[in-house]
Design a protein. Structure first.
Length: 420
């Protein structure tokens, strides 16, 4: 229902406010916009809190013939208190981008010719959102990017940081929509320089970051451009407060968005299982389990086996391998281990080298086995056993010695000892 807060400001909400005491808006880069409102409803009005959650709320201002949406989003928190002859209602709402920040997803993007904008767009659309890209449309990712246990919102924020930029939530439509990169805003009139505050911070690159804060009754958006104190600046955040019938906006002005590079810390020490699709030299193309064992690109990962040069061999197509990450940057991942199909040996200390012909060399904690089809040599606890379904020949230029407490030779047919 539509509610008149005052002559200019209107609101649409399922809550039938009799009076709005105060509302606040916080709209910042890399954050969901947050809207808080306090007001009163009739004591006879019955509302179940469950029906309020995720309901839409919209606030706008009418200036002559223009309509400016100040906020449109979804209720995330509601509190109703009885206060005498009225009920006080406190509501918190978030921009529609909160929908993109609910379900963590794991998926890889291995088409390295794709741009950052294309990767961000694909992640957002798979989560049911919309995106406007102002950054990353002309820059390829170069190496695979992996969205690991991250929401589309978190992943896009991380991608944008690698471009030195940010993401911005849409507050006008209520849709799960965002800007990837700073919004290309309008040129707005210069603010008066009568009263403002300046803040100076030391950046990660030891540069001074200067920003300005100024108040105004006019409503502008993040990304809008202006000239202030003789400098070309952009609006990087908007705060609004309505109280005592007056709506005041506070703007944060900067030369450009300042966004430190973000990483997914879960990658450090992480291993992702995959299946070899193609082998090229000492590199392999892999379909990861997080992608349903389906190829997502043509990237070839380097093969650095944990055994080093000992028993070095390249895994065959169809082999299970482990994609390992030594740090928090997934672009540095490499293939470390080849995992056998059998569940017979689950001890990570036990290693097996197998060929497609069925031959094995097993390096276990307590024994070493060499197997060629049905022939084998096993060594364990100082013992040696040789088994064969064919002939066993021991040849030497000099003498052959067998020195042990017990030497056993078994054959279903006969054993021949020949000399000369």
């Amino acid at each position: 229902m539509e509610i008149a807060i005052n002559k200019e400001i209107k609101m649409e909400s399922v809550i039938p406010f009799n009076m709005v005491e105060k509302f606040e808006l916080n709209w910042n880069i890399n954050c969901h916009a947050l809207f808080k409102i306090n007001g009163y409803i009739s004591p006879n009005t019955e509302h179940h809190l469950k029906t309020l959650y995720s309901s839409k709320i919209r606030v706008w201002r009418v200036n002559e013939d223009t309509v400016q949406t100040i906020f449109c989003g979804y209720v995330s928190k509601a509190v109703i208190e009885n206060t005498g002859n009225a009920k006080k209602v406190s509501i918190e709402a978030q921009s529609g981008t909160c929908i993109l920040d609910r379900k963590p997803v794991s998926q890889s993007f291995q088409s390295t010719e794709n741009t950052y904008a294309e990767i961000a767009g694909e992640s957002v659309r798979r989560s049911g959102g919309k995106i406007i890209c102002t950054k990353g449309r002309d820059r390829q990712i170069g190496k695979p990017m992996i969205q690991y246990k991250e929401t589309a919102w978190e992943f896009c924020k991380r991608l944008a940081s690698h471009l030195g930029s940010c993401i911005i939530p849409d507050i006008m439509t209520g849709e799960p929509a965002l800007w990837f990169g700073m919004r290309n805003g309008n040129d707005i009139p210069a603010f008066t320089e009568n009263e403002y505050s300046i803040s100076v911070k030391q950046s990660q690159t030891d540069k001074k970051e200067i920003s300005y804060e100024i108040e105004s009754r006019a409503f502008y958006s993040i990304g809008d451009k202006t000239v202030f104190c003789g400098q070309k600046l952009i609006i990087s955040s908007v705060q609004a407060v309505f109280e005592n019938g007056e709506l005041i906006f506070c703007y944060h002005l900067q030369h450009k968005e300042i966004c430190p590079v973000r990483y997914q810390e879960l990658f450090t020490g992480l291993g992702l299982m995959g299946t070899v699709l193609e082998v090229r030299g000492e590199q392999m193309k892999v379909a990861l389990d997080i992608d349903g064992r389906v190829s997502t690109g043509d990237y070839f990962y380097n093969w650095y086996p944990v055994t080093g040069n000992v028993l070095y061999a390249m895994p065959e197509i169809g082999t299970r391998v482990l994609l390992y990450f030594m740090n928090n940057d997934e672009r540095d991942g490499f293939l470390l281990s080849c995992i056998g199909y059998s569940d017979a040996h689950t001890n990570f200390k036990e290693r097996t080298l197998s060929s497609v012909q069925g031959n094995n060399i097993d390096l276990f904690e307590w024994n070493i086995d060499i197997c060629e089809k049905k022939n084998s040599i096993a060594m364990w606890a100082g013992n040696i056993t040789a088994n064969s379904t064919q002939k066993i020949n021991i040849l030497a230029k000099d003498s052959v010695k067998m020195n042990a407490r017990l030497v056993m030779m078994q054959s279903p047919d006969e054993i021949n000892f020949c000399q000369g």
